[in-house]
Design a protein around this ligand. Structure first.
Ligand SMILES: C[S@@+](CC[C@H](N)C(=O)[O-])C[C@H]1O[C@@H](n2cnc3c(N)ncnc32)[C@H](O)[C@@H]1O
Ligand code: SF4
Length: 361
């Protein structure tokens, strides 16, 4: 248990596509929420030294200064390793000198910013704003404070989006020189505004072409394609996310958060009233031996590096090929490769990863 995820469910605006656990930022709710977050942490945290701490949302940066200071006081309950990767998600408009003072003082050393696109039509669909000049300034402000480990989120495959629009977005993202880029093909989730408007997906051919364009452009610019949708300059791979993909345990605290502790995968309630009554957990499921091995495969093959076969044996006392006999067939037909002790999906097949996984399992 070396990783902690903290969910801050408040946003100053609700986007058309969003299916996360979130609600509008209203001050009376936040105070009570933070009190319960503190209680949940104190009741469950066992004092491990953390390698990663991640504040996600919602939009954690939309808290008022008073709320933010309270949040960081609560998070002082955690013991962090000196090189702990400490991330906060934020909206560029919230990056002010006060905000920087507080996050630097708290020890945050990584910032993740949801930009999504710079294209006016895309931004209209998403109901978001993004101004290149402003974001360039905000990144400069972060770097002046010593925060170089910056992730930018990019969304693509939006309704009516053409390949050229994506190429322009990629150019602008690269001009900003972030250490990390997370890419997301639009998912039209039930009950979101986009779904209610009967928005349709772009063709799967164009989606695949966009994925290929992202991969080749980012790799040419020096980014390592280390997970299906994630790219980093060497050394800036997200330690927090790698822990998920390595099937490592982690705490999840806050509304709707999920965690994995002592062999149990749990999910917290997404109902604020219930959460504020101290009924944090909604589901708590013990992972069977088979569940653990399935997860190891599903999560591990998301990484381009793949799964270390010896480590799998050490962990489970079984050869991965014996547990999933289809692996041999997939090695023969090229849907899987084995290199330097790692079993992986080749990069040109990673786009159809889900099909491969379903068949193996
Ligand atoms: C945890 S969210 C929160 C980020 C932050 N709240 C914001 O909006 O800036 C992280 C990222 O998931 C992606 N995302 C959210 N909903 C999505 C959807 N329906 N389809 C594809 N990507 C999505 C976006 O790129 C978003 O920035
Ligand atoms: S996408 Fe981010 S900012 Fe928009 S509603 Fe969802 S969590 Fe809030």
């Amino acid at each position: 248990m070396h990783s902690v995820y903290i969910h801050i469910p408040f946003c100053s605006h609700i986007c058309s596509y969003c299916d996360f656990t979130k609600l509008l930022h209203l001050e009376p709710f936040v105070e009570e929420y933070l009190e319960n977050l503190q209680k949940e942490i104190l009741e469950n945290y066992d004092g491990e030294r953390l390698k990663t701490l991640y504040i996600g949302g919602g939009t954690p940066s939309c808290l008022t200064r008073k709320e933010r200071i309270k949040l960081f006081q609560i998070l002082e309950n955690f013991i962090r390793e000196p090189d702990c990767e400490y991330t906060i998600e934020c909206n560029p408009k919230d990056i002010t000198e006060d905000f920087l003072d507080d996050i630097v003082e708290a020890g945050v050393n990584r910032v993740s910013i949801g930009i999504e696109s710079f294209d006016e039509d895309n931004l209209k669909v998403l109901e978001r704003k993004a101004d290149f000049k402003d974001i360039e300034n905000k990144l400069e402000m972060l770097r002046m404070r010593g925060i170089d480990n910056i992730n930018l989120d990019l969304m693509y495959a939006l309704p009516n989006e053409k390949l050229n629009v994506l190429k322009n977005d990629l150019k602008k993202f690269l001009k900003l020189k972030p250490a990390h880029i997370s890419t997301y093909s639009l998912m039209i989730e039930d009950h979101t505004k986009l779904a209610n408007q009967n928005t349709e997906y772009i063709s799967s051919e164009l989606d695949a072409k966009m994925f290929e364009t992202i991969t080749s452009k980012l790799k040419k610019s020096g980014y390592v394609h280390y997970e299906v949708s994630n790219f980093a300059l060497p050394g800036f791979e997200s330690k927090h996310n790698l822990n998920y993909w390595n099937n490592g345990e982690y705490y999840g605290f806050g509304l709707g958060a999920s965690g994995f502790k002592a062999g149990f995968r749990y999910t917290n309630t997404a109902n604020l009233r219930e959460y504020n009554q101290g009924n944090y957990r909604k589901e708590n499921q013990m992972m069977s031996y088979k569940d653990m091995m399935d997860n190891e495969l599903m999560l591990g093959l998301r990484k381009l590096k793949g799964i270390n076969v010896d480590e799998f044996y050490e962990k489970y006392g079984e050869n991965i090929q014996d547990v999933f006999p289809k692996i041999d067939e997939y090695l023969k037909n090229g849907n899987l490769i084995y290199k330097k002790g790692y079993l992986s999906i080749p990069e040109d097949k990673i786009y159809v990863m889900n099909e491969i996984l379903v068949n193996i399992m």
